[in-house]
Design a protein around this ligand. Structure first.
Ligand code: NAD
Length: 280
């Protein structure tokens, strides 16, 4: 009978110092997976790794790496190979949106005609490029570096982190939406490209979770109340709430495990029904 077969596997988690992926890493360690927590923020990565080792007694190391810099990923890989051994799994979690790639106005209306700076026309290419690169190249490059260890094992699993934006773009955040959509496409492309190697490539598409990257859009800083955008999200989520970071982990571990041995190239929404709901 097929078992999950997660214990003692070695996983790399990029963005592992952040809210969602630190939780995923903790839950992975609870199942016996050895973790390398990679983040631009070394302090955050080390803290998560130390907490994991203390809480679960499973080896974890925190390393600094930039998902946009291949040399820094190669350096991290050398350390991981030396300290933890050969890599079996990769979770491409580093990503996010930024205010500099966000339009102030949701749409161009009669009123917006006088302030086109607040619309599509005011987008700064620098901010746009950074957000697109962080999410897309930041998934592609670590896949290129870390999956090398999975070649020849007839095994291995890569999980990309997509978003609701990939299916239908949300207003205001065109760079993030385009990049997450590109991640879905790349997940299918790489799954096909690698199918005969036994390396599987899948993605999760989280619905709405309240975290640092989107708090400024969803909660009014002064009152603590939901912004109109935050309220729209709740109204569009049949379960009528934000997701909890821990609710992503089960799907990630299913996709990593032998239970998903014949599953590759899929994007699984974890969204309280958001992507299924027409709004009516
Ligand atoms: P977060 O900001 O808490 O975590 C992201 C982490 O990535 C941070 O620790 C940051 O230091 C790190 N990082 C940023 N740039 C990096 C780089 N160049 N190299 C290495 N690390 C870098 O965000 P989060 O909410 O935990 O999001 C994690 C993932 O989930 C992202 O891909 C995000 O787009 C996606 N996501 C989040 C939500 C949500 O509601 N929060 C919904 C859908 C998808």
């Amino acid at each position: 009978m097929l078992q999950l077969n997660l214990k003692d596997k070695v996983a790399v988690i990029t963005g592992g110092g952040g809210v969602l992926c630190s939780t995923i890493a903790r839950n992975m360690a609870a199942e016996g997976i050895v973790t390398a927590i990679l983040d631009l923020n070394l302090e955050a990565a080390e803290k998560v790794a130390q907490e994991i080792t203390a809480e679960y007694g499973v080896k974890s190391i925190g390393l600094s790496a930039n998902v946009l810099d291949k040399a820094s990923l190669e350096t991290a890989k050398a350390t991981i190979n030396k300290e933890l051994g050969s890599i079996d799994y990769l979770v491409n979690g580093a990503g996010g949106n930024a205010a500099s790639a966000t339009t102030k106005a949701e749409e161009i209306t009669e009123n917006e005609m006088d302030s086109l700076e607040d619309t599509f026309y005011g987008l700064e290419m620098d901010g746009f490029d950074k957000v697109f690169a962080l999410n897309f190249q930041g998934t592609l490059l670590p896949s290129m570096v870390f999956s090398k260890d999975m070649l020849g094992k007839k095994d291995g699993s890569i999980i990309n982190v997509s978003s609701m934006n990939a299916f239908r773009p949300l207003t205001k955040i065109p760079a993030y939406s385009a990049a997450k959509s590109a991640i879905n496409n790349f997940t299918q492309w790489l799954a096909v490209h690698m199918a005969k190697t036994g390396i599987r490539v899948n993605a999760i598409a989280p619905g709405f979770l309240l975290t640092n990257q989107n708090r400024f859009l969803l909660v009014d800083e002064k009152t603590g109340e939901a912004t109109p955008r935050g309220q729209k999200i709740i109204n569009g989520t049949p379960m009528e709430r934000y997701g909890e970071p821990e609710e992503l982990s089960g799907t990630v571990m299913y996709l990593l495990s032998d239970w998903a041995r014949f599953v590759t190239g899929v994007v699984i929404p974890i969204d309280g029904g958001f992507s299924a709901y027409s709004g009516v």
